[in-house]
Design a protein around this ligand. Structure first.
Ligand SMILES: CC(C)(COP(=O)(O)OP(=O)(O)OC[C@H]1O[C@@H](n2cnc3c(N)ncnc32)[C@H](O)[C@@H]1OP(=O)(O)O)[C@@H](O)C(=O)NCCC(=O)NCCS
Length: 134
């Protein structure tokens, strides 16, 4: 995406799986948040609907796609929206969209990142487990 995508508010009718404000330790000297910090939060946010669907533990088996559209800054309020897009025998694929509210600037909200991850339901031996019926 070449242009900044601003939206007047966060996606209507959806609750974020996670909301968090990055701190200076999460960023470089210019206040730009590390991609790895965002990836960790995305993994956590995506795991929330996956754990609910699996009714138990899951492991991340794949990061299928990950795009950083715009930077995140220290002090932004960052919201992670996570939706299951596919389930298989043992796997759950989740789409995560990330929005940053620019608290320090104009309160604009920008879609900064989107990703798709696959989780596998696992048993106590950390082996794949068939998903329970819905
Ligand atoms: C997750 C894990 C238990 C799966 O075990 P496995 O023997 O590889 O599992 P399988 O080959 O039977 O695949 C299980 C499911 O994952 C899916 N899968 C496996 N590799 C995949 C990939 N690269 N992308 C998408 N889905 C994948 C399979 O299609 C299958 O889905 P289905 O049952 O819905 O059809 C094992 O790979 C593992 O422990 N990985 C490490 C997990 C981890 O530490 N994650 C954190 C990394 S920092």
């Amino acid at each position: 995406m070449s242009q900044t995508e601003t939206v007047p508010c966060l996606p209507p009718g959806k609750n974020p799986a996670l909301r968090v404000m990055p701190m200076p330790a999460d960023a470089n000297v210019h206040g730009d948040v590390f991609g790895g910090w965002i990836m960790a939060q995305v993994d956590i946010a995506g795991s929330i609907p996956a754990v609910e669907r699996a009714q138990g533990r899951v492991a991340t088996v794949a990061v299928n796609s990950f795009v950083f559209h715009h930077p995140v800054f220290v002090g932004d309020l960052v919201s992670f929206y996570a939706d299951i897009v596919k389930t298989g025998r043992t796997s759950i694929t989740v789409s995560v969209e990330v929005y940053a509210q620019r608290m320090r600037h104009s309160n604009e909200i920008v879609k900064v990142t989107e990703a798709t991850l696959t989780y596998v339901a696992t048993n106590d031996a950390r082996q794949p487990r068939v998903l329970p019926k819905v």
